[in-house]
Design a protein around this ligand. Structure first.
Ligand code: ADP
Length: 242
């Protein structure tokens, strides 16, 4: 009897959590959507001011307008990231996805970035599994572009992508030879807007890994990071086979 009560309580708790989560997602969607409009106004006014006063603007005014427009660009990136975050997985259907094709598409999209950084990317054969195709591609894209971005100076990035079956899961790994991540921050980096570096050291918004975690959780999987024994990091995520 006590067991049944406990189980009912647990189910109620799960339902409450689901409702709260839905509410938060709605909130993120509405606020990020609505914030776009005033931001557009700021960007337009700054551009108009720059255009109208071209040539006869004093140095300080020109510097301030530059700050304003840089901040507006950054704010746009944050708002767009938040909006995309709240949209992830909305009204999507699981389909059979070939991860080899997804990876090839990602590498094609990142071709210039890969070439500029002389990154070497290798992979083992990857599985086919039921997934949300676009989201899975975004997951690979974020992990690979981070593996390139957080490279060690003067060493060309080497990235290895593999997948192994472990009972009812496929466990994927994206291993790099980059700067690595302090053990204290291995959980925190998956929290939205959480970054370990200044923007001058590495450009970014702190949204990529939050996207990754949400995508993996949409698939009822799990994502984590481990130190690479050879230096750098290994991001792993597991997705159910069925
Ligand atoms: P962003 O890349 O925009 O900073 P992310 O959410 O993708 O945001 O990553 C959060 C933080 O995690 C990064 O700022 C960085 O400090 C750390 N990080 C992510 N990927 C790697 C990696 N491959 N190697 C080292 N640090 C990483």
């Amino acid at each position: 009897m006590q067991l049944k009560e406990e189980s009912t309580k647990m189910e109620q708790l799960i339902e409450t959590l689901k409702d709260k989560n839905h509410e938060l997602e709605q909130f993120a969607f509405i606020t990020s959507h609505d914030l776009q409009e005033p931001l557009r106004t700021i960007t337009t006014v700054v551009a108009d001011l720059e255009q109208q006063n071209k040539g006869d603007m004093d140095e300080m005014t020109s510097i301030y307008l530059g700050f304003l427009s840089q901040s507006a660009v950054r704010m746009r990136a944050l708002i767009t990231g938040l909006l995309e975050y709240s949209r992830l997985g909305k009204d999507k259907l699981l389909e059979k996805v070939d991860c080899n094709i997804i990876l090839q598409e990602c590498l094609a999209d990142l071709r210039t970035y890969i070439q500029e950084n002389q990154a070497i990317i290798t992979s083992s054969p990857l599985p086919e599994l039921p997934a949300y195709g676009l989201e899975l591609k975004l997951l690979f894209q974020n992990l690979i572009s981070n593996a390139i971005k957080f490279r060690k100076k003067n060493i060309s990035p080497q990235i290895r992508i593999t997948a192994l079956q472990d009972n009812n899961y496929w466990v994927f790994s994206v291993a790099d030879n980059g700067i690595g991540i302090d053990a204290r921050f291995q959980e925190k980096i998956f929290v939205i807007f959480h970054r370990l570096h200044s923007r001058t050291a590495y450009e970014g918004t702190g949204i990529g890994l939050a996207h990754c975690r949400k995508i993996v959780e949409l698939h009822r999987g799990k994502i984590w990071v481990e130190p690479n024994p050879e230096g750098g990091s290994i991001f792993r995520f597991k997705l159910p086979v069925i």
